[in-house]
Design a protein around this ligand. Structure first.
Ligand SMILES: Nc1nc2c(c(=O)[nH]1)N[C@H]1C(S)=C(S)[C@@H](COP(=O)(O)OP(=O)(O)OC[C@H]3O[C@@H](n4cnc5c(=O)[nH]c(N)nc54)[C@H](O)[C@@H]3O)O[C@H]1N2
Ligand SMILES: Nc1nc2c(c(=O)[nH]1)N[C@H]1C(S)=C(S)[C@@H](COP(=O)(O)OP(=O)(O)OC[C@H]3O[C@@H](n4cnc5c(=O)[nH]c(N)nc54)[C@H](O)[C@@H]3O)O[C@H]1N2
Ligand code: SF4
Ligand SMILES: [Mo]
Length: 690
């Protein structure tokens, strides 16, 4: 029996962990984490392990398809690849000429493999490349840039060596990042302490030494009070703070009103407990990690929450400390050269992106940008640009942005929409052209760089041949580039791309064969704040630790709740709800609701309820729990699918996004991230009217 082992990269969620795949006679038989990667040690999560079921699934797009009939009707004509790419290139080219390059918006999966796609959009001279990473990361990115003048990739949550970890709206043991989850468990095994702050008790909370169920959306008040205590009781690292914090007196004055008692009234957490946590952290300093979640697009003050967490870390001397918020080695510090960027094949696009209105600063519109603002601008016509074509490349915009009804209106007015995807989604269903992407196990990828204290290059290798008439992302991009006359991008093979990227780095494609990655340092390199590459890029060259005042959060009106959302251990949003194995584990989502409140409303556990706002209603089973805050209900995202091509997911559970009416215009005006949770919903016991 022909057997081989292939090192590659998981694609079942945006984390992209290194994996090893055992292939027998061309079929993926066993998937585990890459045992050679120190933080992984063979571990994988449920979803990563279920990837073979994605390859085997015939309920995914199998060949290029052109829409017949109305959008969303699901009538398709099969095309060949040449025909499909000719059509896409011809449409994009025609619109670029008639309406200008800015008429093309490219909504991308983002992440470490996006350089080639981004290069294509640059080549087209459109300013409208957007990465899905902004959906979760915009507010944290803003916090890092505005406070430290550093990009978030420079920061490493060093869970493994921390003495005290605070996870605030971070459910790490369910919403897994395999390396980080391993590191957290290692740290706890070494005697580290864990505090979890969430609106409900999660699996992560079950591991905690201290769990606080906080009133939804009041985290900023809590964090301000922690800073208040550290400063008032002089429990901070004075040498570090004096050297690095821009204006400590101003900071002290800014947090003066936010006493522990103030925070108790806002958050529901006892003042004495808040003081106790501040003291515990001071005791553990500088080995403290305070993490405010990967998905930071929750509230209109989420960027302030992220900034305040960085301030706490700085006051404890944890910035640039082993066991704290460590700083990753910049290539300069370790005398290595980074990858040659494909985007550099074209000059940056000078035209501005749309949708800056209402943002208090322009910073975060760089990089991944803010797709929701650009789309909202196109709809509101306040910042008009001629949006005519939309490419959704590995980004399910109708599943993952608020208010799909509103987005469908926008899509209806488009001249051309392409969806490149390996699974069905409403976005694909509404497109003019579906270009089926080979699954991550069936395709090679460009070389990517992982930051951290041991930075590395890694690559995705195809483990098996595509089962259907699908293509790799680089093939689709190169195919479009060739037809659009973008010569620098017309690579003929993935090896040609690898050689271009690795030019001058001293690394060859063959170096990846034995372990799947190439480490750039021999051992972990902890940079210090102020080292080359980690000098604060702020105006003062120090930490700009100013903090906005706290805006008091309203309580939900009687009978209503904050709609809180998130992930779960066995699904990656809508991309996995139809996966045979994962669907069996969890076929539908439920509505978490406080048991005392629900009982008063006459709602029983397991009963179907109606969750509603003024514009939409969703039928879903109630899960009564003592462990969720009475002001909140919670739903796992990705469910409520209604596509006949997904027999297993169809009609199961409810979609949180439809309850976020007007949500595209609700965002944090500093960080720019969406405020996914600034929505009240009612819950009623009646309700089977789906
Ligand atoms: N299994 C699994 N793992 C994943 C993913 C997945 O879909 N499934 N997705 C990956 C991706 S893309 C991301 S971004 C990360 C996301 O990882 P996390 O950031 O950990 O994600 P969430 O589940 O969105 O939210 C974490 C917690 O925030 C809580 N919360 C909600 N509102 C508040 C509040 O006001 N205050 C506080 N303190 N807590 C609140 C929720 O109850 C939830 O438990 O996970 C990654 N890993
Ligand atoms: N209501 C609500 N909305 C949310 C969130 C929430 O908690 N609640 N969370 C937000 C977060 S944290 C994120 S990251 C975004 C995610 O938003 P998206 O980036 O849109 O992620 P997915 O829903 O996983 O959809 C990815 C789509 O790309 C296709 N695809 C193609 N190639 C790949 C691949 O290699 N890997 C993967 N995973 N997919 C591929 C999949 O088939 C799927 O159709 O959604 C955000 N939206
Ligand atoms: S966390 Fe799980 S699904 Fe996500 S990339 Fe890692 S192994 Fe894959
Ligand atoms: Mo995310």
């Amino acid at each position: 029996m022909a057997e081989k082992s292939v090192y590659s990269v998981c694609g079942m969620c945006p984390v992209r962990c290194p994996i090893e795949v055992l292939v027998e006679n061309g079929t993926c038989r066993f998937i585990q984490g890459n045992p050679h990667v120190e933080g992984i040690r063979g571990a994988i999560c449920t979803r990563g392990a279920a990837a073979a079921a994605l390859v085997a699934d015939d309920e995914r797009p199998q060949f290029p398809m052109l829409r017949q009939g109305e959008r969303g009707q699901g009538r398709w004509q099969r095309l060949g690849w040449d025909e499909a790419l000719d059509l896409a290139a011809q449409k994009l080219d025609a619109l670029r000429r008639s309406d200008g390059p800015a008429s093309i918006v490219w909504a991308d999966a983002g992440g470490p493999f996006s350089d080639f796609r981004q290069a294509l959009v640059r080549g087209l001279e459109s300013p409208h490349y957007y990465g899905a990473d902004a959906l979760h990361g915009a507010n944290f990115t803003h916090a890092c840039r505005s406070l430290l003048g550093l990009d978030p990739q420079r920061l490493v949550f060093d869970f493994a060596h921390a003495s005290h970890v605070v996870l605030q709206s971070r459910n790490l043991l369910e919403n897994v990042d395999v390396a980080q989850a391993n590191a957290l468990l290692d740290g706890l095994a070494r005697g580290g302490r864990l505090t979890v702050i969430d609106v409900r008790a999660t699996v992560t909370a079950a591991k905690a030494d201290r769990f606080w169920c906080i009133r939804p959306g009041t985290d900023y008040a809590l964090n301000l009070a922690i800073i208040h205590v550290l400063l008032a009781e002089k429990r901070y690292d004075q040498a570090f703070a004096n050297a690095w914090i821009d204006d400590l007196d101003a900071l002290t004055a800014a947090v003066a009103p936010y006493t522990p008692q103030f925070a108790e009234d806002e958050t529901g957490i006892a003042a004495a407990d808040i003081v106790a946590l501040a003291n515990d952290l001071a005791q553990a300093a500088p080995k403290v990690v305070w993490h405010t979640g990967v998905m930071t697009g929750r509230w209109s003050d989420s960027a302030a929450v992220c900034r305040s967490a960085l301030v706490i870390t700085a006051l404890l001397g944890g910035l640039g400390a082993k066991g704290g918020l460590a700083l990753s080695a910049a290539p300069e510090t370790i005398s290595r050269k980074g990858l040659k960027k494909l985007t550099d094949l074209f000059p940056p696009v000078a035209a501005p992106r749309a949708g800056r209105d209402g943002l208090k600063n322009g910073g975060q519109v760089d990089g991944a940008g803010l797709l929701h603002l650009a789309l909202a601008a196109a709809m509101a016509k306040t910042d008009p640009y001629p949006l005519k074509a939309l490419v959704a490349f590995g980004h399910d915009i109708l599943g993952d942005l608020p208010d799909p009804a509103r987005l469908k209106q926008l899509i209806s007015g488009l001249e051309f929409m392409v969806c490149v995807t390996s699974t069905w989604s409403e976005t694909a269903w509404w497109a003019d052209l579906v270009l089926p992407l080979s699954t991550h196990l069936e395709r090679c990828g460009i070389v990517a760089q992982r930051e951290g204290v041991t930075p590395a290059f890694f690559m995705r290798q195809a483990c098996t041949q595509p089962r259907y008439d699908t293509r790799a992302d680089w093939q689709i991009v190169a195919g479009l580039a060739q037809r659009l006359g973008l010569k620098p991008l017309t690579f003929k093979s993935i090896e040609e791309i690898w050689n271009y990227q690795l030019d001058g780095t001293g690394v060859r494609p063959a170096d990846f064969e034995s372990r799947g990655f190439v480490q750039l340092t021999g051992r972990p390199h902890y940079a210090k704040l102020g080292d080359p590459g980690t000098v604060p890029g702020t105006a003062s060259g120090k930490i700009a630790a100013s903090l906005d005042p706290y805006a008091q959060r309203p309580r939900p009106p009687a009978g209503m709740f904050w709609l809180t959302v998130g992930g779960c251990g066995v699904h990656s949003g809508g991309a996995t709800v139809n996966n045979v194995l994962l669907n069996r584990q969890m076929p539908e989502n439920v509505l978490w609701i406080n048991d005392a409140v629900a009982s008063q409303m006459g709602i029983a556990d397991g009963q179907v309820v109606t969750v509603a706002n003024a514009a939409a209603r969703v039928a879903i089973k109630a899960k009564l729990s003592a462990d969720i805050h009475p002001d909140a209900v919670f739903m796992v995202r990705g469910f409520g699918r209604n596509l006949p091509v997904e027999s297993r997911a169809m009609g199961k559970g409810g979609a949180d996004t439809v309850l976020m009416s007007g949500g595209l215009e609700k965002f944090d005006c500093r960080g720019g991230g969406l405020a996914f949770q600034e929505h009240f919903v009612s819950v009623s016991a009646a309700g089977t009217d789906r």
